[in-house]
Design a protein around this ligand. Structure first.
Ligand code: FEO
Length: 394
């Protein structure tokens, strides 16, 4: 059933309450997600984006209940990724000649995925489309936010920015608007989404935010493609993006480790204790990688000024969970963060050096040689780990 966004603009998307993993298995979605599609019914009728492929038939069936598909004049594909374009094949079977407005890169991605020669109309930033009743759509390329084909669409007079992935969250709700949902949930899912998806594109995002601001568009509503529609102070999420895109950090130090026989775990907790003793103001958090959600951990890394990584030595290296997590951090191109390493060993003891090298390669500023401990930490080495924590804090 369609839901009214404003005047003649309606949400016609899908709430996916069951989604637990996104991008294959790469992103945990504890609170599900939504795929937001919008119908504009002015003199011209416009469909903006669709839904993920598994919901294609359901989407088209629901759309048919709302409108004769032949009455759709224009389709706007802000982004080619399958969670927004996945219902296009089912839809276009009914209306194969309708024009699809999208970027040149979106033509590549849509053709590459669906192998169809639909009636594409390529648009660039500033191009406009008259939809009657004195209203226009204005297109804004959002290159690398987060794909080369990404675009936003602005509806004049109603002052709605259809931002696609930007400003979204993986958050299932029947409440359409930001002021109607739990604000903690909304913030947590928004920052997790930014940390896990948008961090690598910070330099481009900074430029794009400046560019969008310089257009001086009055933005009353930001209608994203995931989660809620920002109608109450929509610029709050733009301001948050400005902060987050500037190599964001809080006064937080996060200790992340994996362990085999709990020796490295004991070190982790002593190091955290030392940090807390040396700086009562700093937020210290400790996570066992094997028992934590990696995407939630990435959000903690995003908020951290320093990350302290620990692994015992195994086969002259580190546990694969630690290597894999450092690889994930490297992909996200974190900037302006310090790192230190620790770990227990029984024989050769290479893990700390391996972590230091991996963290430096991942773009972290490694602040010391790290803390190695032979066999299980005795009271003296526990005291030394505590002192190591104090050093990190100052
Ligand atoms: Fe929500 Fe890039 O797709």
């Amino acid at each position: 059933m369609k839901k009214k966004v404003k005047n003649n603009v309606f949400w016609v998307g899908k709430v996916d309450w069951e989604l637990k993993k996104f991008h294959g298995n790469e992103y945990s979605t504890h609170k599900g997600s939504t795929y937001n599609s919008y119908l504009i019914q002015e003199e011209k009728t416009v469909l903006i984006d669709t839904v993920w492929a598994p919901f294609a038939e359901e989407f088209v069936e629901n759309l048919v209940k709302e409108i004769d598909l032949n009455k759709i004049d224009y389709i706007v594909a802000n982004h080619g990724e399958i969670d927004h374009s996945g219902a296009l094949p089912a839809l276009m079977k009914h209306i194969p000649d309708k024009p699809i407005y999208c970027t040149a890169n979106a033509v590549k991605s849509l053709k590459g995925q669906y192998h169809q020669d639909w009636n594409f109309h390529v648009v660039k930033t500033g191009d406009k489309l008259d939809i009657g009743n004195g209203k226009e759509l204005v297109f804004v390329e959002m290159t690398m936010l987060h794909w080369p084909d990404s675009m936003a669409t602005y509806l004049t007079k109603d002052n709605i920015l259809f931002s696609n992935d930007a400003f979204g969250q993986h958050y299932a709700t029947e409440k359409l608007f930001n002021d109607l949902v739990d604000q903690c949930d909304l913030f947590n899912e928004s920052i997790k989404y930014f940390a896990n998806i948008l961090t690598p594109f910070n330099p481009m995002l900074r430029k794009k935010l400046d560019e969008v601001m310089s257009l001086n568009l009055q933005i009353d509503i930001i209608a994203t493609s995931h989660g809620i529609v920002w109608r109450d102070n929509p610029m709050q999420i733009v301001q948050k993006y400005s902060q987050w895109a500037n190599d964001y950090q809080e006064n937080q130090i996060t200790v992340i480790y994996d362990t085999m026989w709990n020796g490295t775990k004991i070190l982790a907790e002593k190091i955290a204790e030392g940090i807390g003793l040396a700086d009562p103001d700093v937020v210290v958090k400790v996570y066992n990688l094997a028992k934590s959600d990696e995407n939630d951990l990435i959000t903690e890394v995003f908020k951290s000024k320093t990350v302290v990584m620990g692994s015992p030595t195994i086969a002259k290296s580190v546990l694969h969970s630690v290597a894999g997590f450092i690889h994930l951090m490297k992909e996200l191109k974190f900037k302006n963060k310090k790192a230190a390493a620790f770990g227990c060993y029984g024989w050769s003891g290479e893990s700390v050096k391996v972590i230091n090298d991996l963290m430096a390669d991942a773009g972290f500023d490694v602040i010391n040689e790290g803390f190695r401990n032979s066999w299980n930490p005795d009271p003296d080495s526990q005291k030394a780990a505590l002192d190591f924590g104090k050093e990190i804090a100052v």
